[in-house]
Design a protein around this ligand. Structure first.
Ligand code: HEM
Length: 500
């Protein structure tokens, strides 16, 4: 039979076939032998993709328990490693940070949207350093971690509370409203003003950025198989994402244009003015110019994408944990009554006293790990990690979820126990393995802002409202959705004013 088939195949085809096999064997033999282990056979073309569940979070955790420091998944043609232990993370992202801090800039999205590699989240090398240093300096100048910004946040919370009170304690899904309120904090930094919740431009912005986070997760497959983009009916949502991005580009550009009209070098009271000022100084200095209008606009997108959904999702998780563990809500309210009372709103200065509340937020961040595999990094040289060879071009996922769920570190990681962050004198215990904002050079740029926001939102909310499930016999479960940011499944909540 085989001879019959072969007789129909031309010599050229046979030769081509043999050459392909030889090339494959050649490349295989050139691969280092001590690559990190993988959880099963990588099939031709699709690699390990066939093994992944729709929500692979549990699988990633199980594989990290089985394989330790690092494991490999072949995502189609893209070799990807997961860094699972705190020690391996320190080795990769701190000790060998030179090789593990870039982003992948030649993937599907970058090819179709050239601006995709601009801005602090996605840029690499010297360009990224310039965007990061400038943005951080501006945020610090505006009081990130200090009282000036805390006042703006407190003002925003007062609008949020008024809006929540309108439901009169009836069940309501507050996801959209929370996102708006948190986005408004970033608006006040970037544009120097907040927006009314019913402002159509503001609503458009929230919709666009929420959609970007959602769709981005869905189209990851296109990064591994770019030709899927050309299939009919936009099966892999590539064209939908392109359209969305062009809307984001024109929306941001329009907003910047509007604000720029009132540029005043004597009064740099927003991110846009401060960046323009830094851009001018860079040009005058004659040094290499990384600060540009394109980068300004993409930095704005970065700050909205990285700073809104993450913080508002964390607030939603905190409320959901309160519904599931009502005694924690009571403890936090009692602590507030003791140290703040009901006559004034909580301030940053109260944080050193409200340690149970602080520990509660930390425990929610540990348990929910809203960015479970952080954000993809690129390995830029052939290096070793935890004794394994990591070839240049490997995609690197920091498995924050595995560190937050490690039995060796936490003892009983599956239990929800805010007390684990408190010592006997009820002082906060700082554990270096608590890494919701990641570690190393790419550590979250907005960590201080996010920590301030979570403290001020939660303390004020608990002071003003009692949070209850939609019906007392049906507490919404602590189940999550999968994505770059893992939010809880939608749920309704009753916000009952305490004064009533
Ligand atoms: C609870 C809220 C937040 C969490 C859990 C969080 C988490 C993270 C994590 C894990 C990363 C690292 C990604 C990596 O591996 O490269 C990151 C990066 C980043 N975050 Fe946050 N974040 C939060 C809030 C914010 C806020 C409020 C801002 C902005 C004002 C912000 C801005 C950024 C930026 C710009 C980056 C990219 C940094 C870079 O690539 O150099 N984040 N965040």
């Amino acid at each position: 039979m085989i001879y019959t088939v072969l007789s129909y195949v031309s010599d050229t085809t046979c030769l081509a076939f043999i050459i392909i096999i030889l090339i494959a064997l050649y490349f295989r033999s050139r691969q280092p032998t001590n690559l990190p282990p993988s959880p099963g056979a990588a099939l031709p073309i699709i690699g390990h993709l066939y093994m992944l569940e729709k929500n692979p979070r549990k699988q990633f955790k199980q594989w990290s328990e089985k394989y330790g420091d690092v494991f490999t998944l072949q995502m189609g043609p893209q070799r990807t490693i997961f860094v699972n232990t705190y020690e391996a993370m320190k080795e990769a992202f701190i000790k060998k940070g030179d090789y593990f801090s870039d982003r992948q800039n030649d993937n599907f999205l970058a090819k179709h949207i050239p601006q995709f590699t601009n801005g602090v989240i996605l840029a690499s090398g010297a360009d990224w350093k310039a965007q990061r240093t400038t943005s951080l300096a501006i945020l610090r100048n505006f009081g990130m971690g200090k009282n000036i910004l805390a006042e703006k946040i407190t003002e925003e919370i007062s609008y949020f509370i008024r809006e929540l009170a309108k439901a009169n304690g009836k069940p309501r899904d507050i996801r959209y409203l929370t996102n708006m309120s948190v986005s408004n904090v970033i608006c006040s930094i970037i544009f120097g003003k907040r927006f009314h919740y019913d402002d159509p431009k503001f609503q458009k912005q929230i919709e666009l950025f929420t959609e970007v986070v959602k769709t981005n997760t869905g189209v990851l497959l296109l990064n591994f198989f770019p030709s899927l983009y050309y299939l009919p009916f936009d099966l892999f949502k590539g064209r939908q994402l392109m359209k969305l991005y062009s809307e984001v580009l024109s929306h941001t550009s329009h907003m910047v244009e509007e604000i720029q009209k009132s540029y005043d070098p004597e009064n740099l009271d927003n991110y846009i003015f401060a960046y323009i000022d830094a851009m001018k100084k860079e040009k005058l200095s004659g040094e290499s110019c990384y600060l540009s209008e394109v980068n300004l606009e993409r930095n704005i997108d970065s700050l909205f994408i990285a700073g809104s959904e993450t913080t508002s999702t964390s607030i939603l998780w905190c409320l959901l944990y309160m519904l599931n563990y009502p005694e924690t809500q009571k403890n936090m309210y009692d602590e507030l009554l003791e140290h703040v009372g009901t006559e004034r709103t909580p301030q940053l200065a109260d944080k050193s006293k409200l340690t149970y509340l602080t520990a509660f937020i930390m425990e929610v961040q540990r348990k929910s790990s809203i960015a479970p595999i952080s954000f993809p990094h690129l390995c830029t040289e052939n290096v070793t990690l935890a004794g394994y060879a990591i070839p240049k071009g490997t995609l690197v996922m920091p498995n924050i979820d595995a560190v937050h769920g490690s039995k060796e570190i936490w003892g009983d990681p599956d239990n929800f126990r805010p007390q684990r962050f408190l010592d006997e004198q009820k002082r906060i215990i700082k554990r270096e393995e608590f890494i919701p904002f990641f570690i190393g050079r790419r550590i979250c740029l907005g960590e201080s802002l996010a920590t301030m926001e979570l403290f001020l939102f939660l303390s004020t909310l608990i002071q003003k409202f009692e949070f209850l499930p939609a019906s007392s016999d049906k507490v919404p479960p602590l189940s999550d959705t999968w994505g770059l940011v893992c939010a809880p499944e939608p749920y309704e909540i009753r916000c009952v004013e305490r004064t009533k």
